[in-house]
Design a protein around this ligand. Sequence first.
Ligand code: XIL
Length: 364
Amino acid sequence: MRKLSIILCGLILFGCSEQSRLSTGPRPNPIRNPTTNPNPTPGGLGLRSLTKNLYIGTAIVAPIPGSDPYASILANEYNIAIAENVGKMNVVEAKEDVFDFTAQDALVSFAVAHNMKMQGGPLIWSRAAPGWINKYRGDAAKLTTIMTAYITTVMQHYSTKFPGTIIAWEVVNEAATAGLGVFAAVPDCVELAFQTARAADPNVALFYNDYGDETSGATTTKVYNLVAPLKQKGLLDAVGFQSHFGVHNAPRMSAIKTTMDSLGSIGLDVYVTEFDFSLPSANGITPDNPRDLILQGTYYNDYLATCLAAPNCKQFITWGFTDAHSWIPRFFKGAGAALPFDANYDKKPAYYGMQNALSRPAAR
Ligand code: XIL
């Protein structure tokens, strides 16, 4: 079997090189120049080809690794991405008043080249505030200037340099949980952040992002009370559900659906922004109990199906796609293997769970 596939591959490769030697003029690149199917993959159609009106995406590392299938999987499977870290303030304005977009620009260029969209941000997140800002702690006027200048400069850089690519900005992250940190001194901080973002680019969607807001509970109520007035004022379009789940804290789909519906009832969209499903894993890469992979696959299927069934759930993004690049083992000792591709870039049941959800007749 293996021998046969090697021979077949050889024939195909030979055929290709033969064709390129004979053909004149540029040959179409199926990824850069999508025709009917924007994303053929050698192993079947990518996830992005299975849906017409859902953004299916992943967080991405920078720079994009060049020596393994990272880039090709990214382009074949996903139609939206967000920088895992290089869009954060501690990277973009690591030095006061010096904006460095180099790392994120490379990711956005990749997105443009592969017909993908991006999310931008987080613009304001207490945990990503650069160190230099602490010297202004408590100085409301100065912090207001820093915050509004940051939001405006960053958003306008992208709307000017890459028009239409960043379609949604994560304006504020974790205000209801981690808190606003140094920005708490800014009067009406969250509202001002959204007002500034709306003015900086009226054509993109703006969202508030948090964890623990996916089901019922104190955080969900807090987030609802934070976003509802902003929605009324026309300042925000969606709420992000980070959705870092795992075998020990997997919420029921009915609870998630209820929250999606309640936000939908006041006209808000929902984006699943950072989904992963971690398993007990001593080395952070392989599950301690291989049967957990099946459970994980079911959960990926169910969560994506829940999003697809809610008309206001518009984006479904996982926090990375390969266990080779995942934040889980670094932050949660004894956990890992949380993503749809394993560390060798092989598809896991989690991948097939997503594929299944997208392939069902009810999918959109
Ligand atoms: C995490 C990244 O994945 C890590 O690499 C980094 O060290 C810290 O931030 N919630 C968020 C994300 O909103 O921005 C975090 O990303 C994960 C938790």
